[in-house]
Design a protein around this ligand. Structure first.
Ligand code: BTN
Length: 325
């Protein structure tokens, strides 16, 4: 019965793509209550349909879920190794865990793990990362730079630059970077990056760079507590996007920057990162594990460490913190 209602709704919306259908007329058409219609509309949203609801008019379908097709990432991908080896799953706990395993098993550099949904997505500072099905880009990239451990934050900053450039090129959305690696649009979070590593006492074996991008979420797709502070590319452009094309754009920018980094070092990446940063030159509060520091963000060091100058003129090196602006 319930899947009949779901099918009936999809059919009704498909038959009248540009028309608002009221809850009442849908209930009548499908022989159920308006509450049942509302529940099924919410379920369709969770499945990746984008539906608009307008008071007194009803619902209108904007788009059906578009799944990530790994071959679409590959088609036209102009890279030597980044994103060429794709491990794709419909539903995972965290793409980070899979990438960790693949790296241990010897996966080649540039391998990506992409999933349609994560049930245990994780963020920085042991937070959870909501990763609803068909709505975003939830992926982990394996890199194997031969660098000392203390230089790994450089690769996180490099990734933030590549993601800004890839999103800009494909969708036109221009994001800012908040130190170290949050991408914001008008102060709302669009993307998070989480870097984990496999290393011995001083050298890195593999970096697992997790990238989470809110792409096709509507406001209702975010948990209530995130709604004031999160955004998606859909919310910024009122258009739904092919996530495979965005992944492809990011992979191309990432490889270009990574090769530049391996050849010329961090300096050119630092200049680019600074040009996208909204943290620098601002008075900010850094909430660290050892307490809060208020100061002016003076710059980043060559290792990607944030330098904060407090009111006494003392410079603090911030390695890990939440920044409030
Ligand atoms: C942050 O806290 O801002 C970082 C969020 C990183 C989320 C991504 S989604 C893909 C990868 N898998 C995870 O479990 N986390 C990262």
């Amino acid at each position: 019965m319930s899947s009949d209602i779901r099918k009936g709704l999809i059919e009704a919306f498909t038959n009248s793509p540009d028309t608002y259908l009221s809850g009442e007329s849908l209930a009548e058409l499908l022989g159920c209550s308006r509450t049942a219609i509302w529940k099924h509309i919410e379920a369709l949203r969770k499945d990746g349909f984008i539906l608009e609801a307008v008071r007194k008019k009803g619902y209108r379908i904007i788009s059906s879920p578009e799944k990530i097709v790994p071959n679409k990432i590959l088609f036209g991908l102009n890279t030597k190794f980044t994103g060429r080896n794709i491990y794709f799953e419909e539903s995972v706990n965290s793409t980070q865990n899979i990438a960790q395993r693949l790296a241990l098993e010897g996966a080649e550099e540039g391998t990506i793990v992409v999933a349609e949904e994560q049930l245990g997505g994780r963020g920085r500072l042991e937070r959870k990362w909501q990763s609803p099905k068909y709505k975003g880009i939830w992926m982990s990239l394996i890199l194997k730079p031969s660098i000392p451990i203390m230089k790994t934050p450089q690769l996180t900053l490099l990734t933030a630059v590549a993601v800004v450039q890839g999103i800009q090129e494909v969708t036109g959305v221009q994001a800012d970077i908040k130190w170290p690696n949050d991408l914001l649009v008008n102060g709302k979070k669009l993307t998070g990056i989480l870097t984990e590593m496999q290393a011995d006492s001083d050298r890195v074996h593999s970096l697992i760079i997790g990238i989470g991008i809110n792409v096709n979420q509507q406001l209702e797709d975010f948990a209530a507590e995130l709604q004031p502070s999160a955004t998606s590319i859909y919310l910024e452009t009122k258009t739904s996007w092919d996530r495979a094309k965005i992944i492809q754009g990011i992979m191309m920018h990432l490889e270009k920057l990574y090769l530049l980094y391996l050849e010329k070092g961090f300096y050119p990446i630092k200049i680019l990162w600074e040009s996208y940063s909204i943290s620098l030159g601002q008075k900010v509060t850094a909430n660290t594990l050892n307490g809060s520091i208020v100061g002016f963000a003076k710059g980043i060091t060559d290792d990607g460490v944030l330098l904060l100058e407090d009111e006494q003129g003392v410079i603090h090196s911030i390695y890990s913190a939440d920044i409030l602006m």
